[in-house]
Design a protein. Structure first.
Length: 111
């Protein structure tokens, strides 16, 4: 898994590629924690190059969403979610818990 982060005017953008699994989710969790520790709770995750997400990856995103939404401070918005990844979210019943946008521009514009 590889990632890049970019601080934008209204939110933070995390672009992720590769596999989000039990091996890599801890590294990504540190990225979310660093952003949240700076009191920045509006996060867009570009998932266009994500090949696989395990239950550990799903759990990471749910925990980040809970933290960001606490006290109405912000949220995690997903962008460019591939069909196979969307299917995993749907199967787990997580689709209603996230705002999912077609592309990064729409996701960033939603803030």
């Amino acid at each position: 898994m590889e990632y890049t982060t970019k601080r934008l005017k209204h939110c933070d953008l995390i672009q992720v590629s590769g596999r989000i699994d039990s091996q890599t989710s801890q590294e990504l969790e540190k990225v979310f924690e660093a952003i949240i520790e700076e009191a920045r709770f509006k996060i867009v995750v570009d998932m266009s190059d994500v090949e696989f997400i395990s239950s550990a990856g799903l759990r990471l995103l749910i925990n980040a969403q809970k933290t960001c939404k606490r006290l109405d401070r912000g949220e995690v918005v997903l962008a460019n979610v591939p069909k196979r990844i969307y299917s995993a979210f749907d199967l787990a019943g997580f689709v209603p818990l996230f705002r999912i946008e077609k592309d990064v521009v729409e996701a960033v514009g939603s803030f």
